[in-house]
Design a protein around this ligand. Structure first.
Ligand SMILES: Cc1cc2nc3c(=O)[nH]c(=O)nc-3n(C[C@H](O)[C@H](O)[C@H](O)COP(=O)(O)OP(=O)(O)OC[C@H]3O[C@@H](n4cnc5c(N)ncnc54)[C@H](O)[C@@H]3O)c2cc1C
Length: 385
């Protein structure tokens, strides 16, 4: 199986992903997930395929894939094991922030290394006391000559243990009003003063490392401030999140489809009262609703990705896709468990994993409550009375 090339037709790329999933992921999911083991061999294969540069522009060593193709890749991988998508998604959000807002020197210095997977990481926004209200962060960067000195704690950081570089949101002016004017985003590589304090244990989303990061007089050169200007950090971080939300929405489609696939299969095999349960109308109604939700979610994701590819503002479209697709994942996972009866509750079937993985999607990249607020604000802003 060769690396993905930028000019490969979409179907060829998806065929390569299909082969990767079948050969390198599917046979190992059960054991790795149950042991909560970091999937190093899968990560190595993702590097070879070029997935760490999927949405990074070709000029900077990436594949430069359109978001529409990227979303299909994410859906297919999440349909097999959602954790794998987390390994390259938050990495690509960090990359998107540098690509959109970084100086040319920063792009040249970092994007090729992000694309090759030599430097991998993610986004460090959340703190123990705040996630949704990001303007309340307390992590502080103080200017000292040509450096900044950073102190604070970040939590729930995906790729925090095995990753080496993070887009780090801090306050450069804690007294600023409005608060976002005092926020800045840095490209922070691990080094003295930047430590992992603990691995966080989770309900699902096993295998991928979620960690608490501590910054204790961590010194970073001033030229790592993304864009080179203080006070733009929240904007840069939220800009990257549009891609992140489309990714999470695509993961939702993957989970919803997996729950449907398992249910359609099982409903034909399991018999009660002399016939497959697929012949009972109560089960048919569930399958029909699950399939319809999945298809609708997929269309919303594709629409948001098209907006993103055209460079149009798409926080409302990405928010709608994220909201609908992740709720579809939750509903389908719960319905799949009902269709499977007692076997749905067994750790031997994939359904219980889908049921544990799905809830993260309604929390991550902005909770679904926040998505509703974003959608409503945009509705009003785009339709003045
Ligand atoms: C497995 C996992 C991986 C993660 N990975 C990362 C990562 O890589 N990087 C990173 O920075 N973060 C990461 N996060 C953190 C995640 O982004 C936050 O958990 C999320 O943004 C919610 O923040 P919070 O947990 O502080 O909840 P809170 O902000 O405390 O919210 C609690 C509840 O209040 C609701 N709420 C809050 N404000 C409002 C409002 N104004 N109106 C209505 N309802 C509101 C929320 O919707 C939620 O229901 C991860 C989290 C998990 C669980």
């Amino acid at each position: 199986m060769s690396a993905i090339r930028q000019d490969d037709p979409e179907q060829q790329i998806l065929d390569t992903i299909e082969a990767f999933v079948q050969r390198d992921v599917a046979p190992h999911v059960h054991a790795l997930e149950k042991a909560d083991t970091y999937p190093q061999a899968i990560v190595d294969r993702m590097k070879e395929l070029g997935l760490f540069g999927a949405t990074i522009a070709a000029d900077y060593g990436g594949l430069g894939l359109p978001c529409t193709t990227y979303a299909k890749i994410v859906e297919r991988i999440a349909r097999c094991w959602m954790s794998v998508t987390g390994i390259f998604n938050s990495h690509l959000i960090m990359s998107a922030a540098v690509q959109r807002a970084g100086t040319e020197a920063q792009k040249r210095a970092f994007l090729p290394r992000f694309a090759s997977g030599e430097l991998r990481g993610g986004l460090a926004l959340t703190e123990p006391d705040c996630g949704t209200d990001l303007q309340a962060i307390r992590c502080v960067a103080r200017r000292e000559g040509d450096d900044y000195v950073i102190n604070g704690t970040k939590t729930w950081i995906s790729n925090g243990i095995y990753g080496s570089c993070f887009a780090l949101l801090v306050k450069t002016d804690p007294a600023a009003e409005p608060r976002h004017r005092g926020m800045s985003l840095f490209i922070a590589e691990k080094g003295p003063g930047f430590t992992v304090s603990r691995k966080l244990e989770k309900l699902g989303y096993k295998g991928i490392d979620s960690a608490e990061l501590v910054f204790n007089d961590y010194r970073i050169p001033a030229n790592r401030l993304i864009g080179g200007v203080e006070g733009q950090g929240l904007k840069h971080a939220l800009g990257g999140l549009e891609l992140g939300r489309i990714n999470v929405a695509a993961r939702g489609v993957g989970i919803a489809q997996a729950a449907l696939d398992e249910s359609v299969r099982y409903a034909q095999l399991r018999k009660t009262f002399g016939q497959p349960i697929a012949q009972h109308q109560a089960i048919q109604l569930k399958l029909a609703d699950m399939a319809t939700r999945t298809e609708a979610a997929r269309l919303l994701v594709n629409r948001a990705a098209e907006f993103y590819d055209r460079g149009e503002r798409c926080d409302m479209e990405a928010g709608m896709a994220k909201l609908f697709a992740t709720e579809a994942a939750m509903e389908n996972a719960a319905e799949a468990m009902r269709v499977h009866g007692g076997y749905g509750y067994s750790t031997e079937f994939p359904v219980e994993r889908l049921y544990r993985d799905a809830p993260l999607l309604v929390i991550g990249e902005g909770t679904n409550e926040l998505q509703r607020i974003i959608i409503a604000r945009q509705l009003v802003a785009r339709n003045p009375a």
